[in-house]
Structures are given as structure tokens and as C-alpha cells.
Design a protein. Structure first.
Length: 296
């Protein structure tokens, strides 16, 4: 489950040249959430997606390295948003009018895998944000934004104090929320510059927007996008009773088995039927031996 959550928290990037297929895929119980998209060319062909034309022909056409299509994001949203996987062929006709005919283009996509069931909470600047889950469930942070988004927030209306309406976000908000709340049943944090720093110009009102889900996995480990999961120290683990650690190991094995069954139902059914058949064969052999021994 910790591996599942790390896949959810990860930011994915994919690209495909003209004439190639782009394929986006998310793990079980999640769907694609498109973050950004680019179709065109801003680097020379020798750095990315070389021209398929012969070199002599390519030299006759001046390559446009300032070419972009404004409809790429909307097209990616139409094709892949809220799906578990999607695949399509990349070409200029897919995105409408070709802004640079004769120039080979490519598609870049940035996306995340969003849980099917999630919650969103917003706290205005200097207010306290509280997250909580039901009993036996823990918090799994999906995304966190502290600052000011272009669209603003309905919960925290923007008051025009003579400051420009610009977008500014803290680069460490997600990592901080993961350290504070990930894997806990409840937590609270102030949406303040003391906690997150000030990513905006002085005087701009900010807010904290956190998207999270509740997972019924008590053994969930905190996951940081930039560092591997940190296990508990040997000194603290040595203080736990042996019976407790055995029970936790048993619970971990049960959860791992449940995860395997949900991810591979056909294989699990095959294993179950095979186990039943083997058991019947062994039982039949035991009965034959018992009858033959009685006869002797």
C-alpha cells in the first residue's frame, strides 16, 4: 500500500513525437488528472524527436522552434481526464490548425493519478486547517497548494488592495503536508507564511488547498516525493513487545494478500481452484491408503 500511495503522489511526464502513440496509465483505484500539456516544438530536432525527412530535404525547410498549439491542454482533458488509461496517435490534425507546417512536432504531458474517492479542504491565510478520517482509517495526502491560484478560491475571496492578481504557489507545500499529516488519523496545521514561507508579493492574500483521501491501511508509511520512506529506528522498534510486532506482521501479510487479490482476481481464482483440486486429490489418496490398511 505504501508503494500504491507513492505512485499516487508521483508526478508523471510522458512525450511522443508525431506519428507515435502516447500512452497514459494510472494504478488501480485512481484516474488520470492532467496537469499541463504542450504540443509543438521549442527545441531543435536533434535534441528531441528528429525529423523523419532526409537531411537534404530538411535543410530546405527552416525549422520553427517557437511553435505551439493552444488547444493541446483541452484536447488532453477530452481524451484522458478521469480515465484510468488512454492511448492515441499524435499528429497535427488531432489538435486543429497546424501552426508550423513542415516542422516535426511533439507532445509533452504532465499528469498525476488521482484517487477515485477524495476530499478537498481549504483554509484562508492564518486560519487552521483540520483533516480527519474515520476510525481505523488514515490520511493519504494527494496534493497541497499554498499561495494564490489564478482562479482564486470561493472560500477565500480576493480583496483588491491594489496588488496585482498573479498566481504564486509554495514549492514545499506538498512535502510539508505529507510530513505533518500523511499516515495519521487526524492532524491540523495553520495556513500561514510561518509554516509554508511566503511565495507571493507582500500583501497578497493566500490560502491553503489540500486534497486527500482516507485509506483503511493502518500500516501506511509517510511518503515524500523527494526522499524514500523512512522506517522507524531500531531503538524504538526494540521497545515494542514481540506479540505486538507479530500481530502487525500478520496484519501486514493479510493486507498484502488482499491487495494481490484485488489487483489480480483471475490469478487469485486460478490459485484457489488449483488449491481446492490439490486438496481433493490428497484427501482421496489418504482415504485410499486408510481403506487399504484396514483391509490388510
Amino acid at each position: 500500500f505504501a508503494g500504491y500511495i507513492s505512485q499516487v503522489l508521483k508526478n508523471y511526464t510522458d512525450h511522443a513525437c508525431d506519428g507515435e502513440y502516447v500512452s497514459l496509465r494510472c494504478p488501480h483505484r485512481t484516474t488520470i488528472s492532467i496537469q499541463s500539456s504542450f504540443y509543438g516544438r521549442i527545441v531543435p530536432s536533434h535534441q528531441l524527436c528528429p525529423s523523419r525527412y532526409p537531411h537534404s530535404y530538411a535543410t530546405l525547410i527552416k525549422e520553427d522552434v517557437a511553435c505551439s498549439v493552444g488547444t493541446s491542454l483541452q484536447k488532453m482533458l477530452d481524451e484522458c481526464q478521469d480515465r484510468r488509461s488512454c492511448q492515441f496517435l499524435v499528429n497535427s490534425r488531432l489538435f486543429g490548425t497546424d501552426p508550423c507546417p513542415g516542422t516535426g512536432k511533439y507532445l509533452l504531458v504532465w499528469y498525476k493519478c488521482r484517487p477515485n474517492e477524495y476530499k478537498s479542504k481549504v483554509a484562508c491565510e492564518d486560519d487552521k486547517l483540520r483533516l480527519s478520517c474515520k476510525k481505523s482509517m488514515v490520511i493519504a495526502i494527494y496534493s497541497a497548494i499554498f499561495g494564490r491560484t489564478q482562479g482564486g478560491s470561493l472560500e477565500c475571496p480576493y480583496q483588491n488592495l491594489g496588488m496585482p492578481m498573479t498566481e504564486c504557489q509554495s514549492a514545499t507545500a506538498l512535502q510539508l503536508m505529507i510530513r505533518r499529516c500523511h499516515g495519521k488519523r487526524s492532524c491540523s496545521i495553520y495556513a500561514s507564511t510561518y509554516e509554508f514561507g511566503d511565495p507571493c508579493y507582500p500583501g497578497i492574500q493566500k490560502h491553503l488547498n489540500v486534497i486527500y483521501t482516507c485509506d483503511n491501511t493502518p500500516l501506511l508509511l509517510p511518503v515524500d516525493e523527494t526522499q524514500p520512506p523512512v522506517l522507524s529506528s531500531s531503538s524504538s522498534s526494540s521497545m515494542e513487545p514481540v506479540g505486538v510486532s507479530t500481530e502487525m506482521a500478520l496484519l501486514s501479510n493479510i493486507l498484502a494478500a488482499y491487495a494481490f487479490i484485488t489487483e489480480n482476481p483471475e490469478r487469485a481464482a486460478l490459485y484457489f481452484v488449483s488449491g481446492v483440486c490439490i486438496g481433493l486429490v490428497l484427501t482421496l489418496l489418504a482415504l485410499v491408503l486408510r481403506v487399504s490398511c484396514r483391509t490388510d
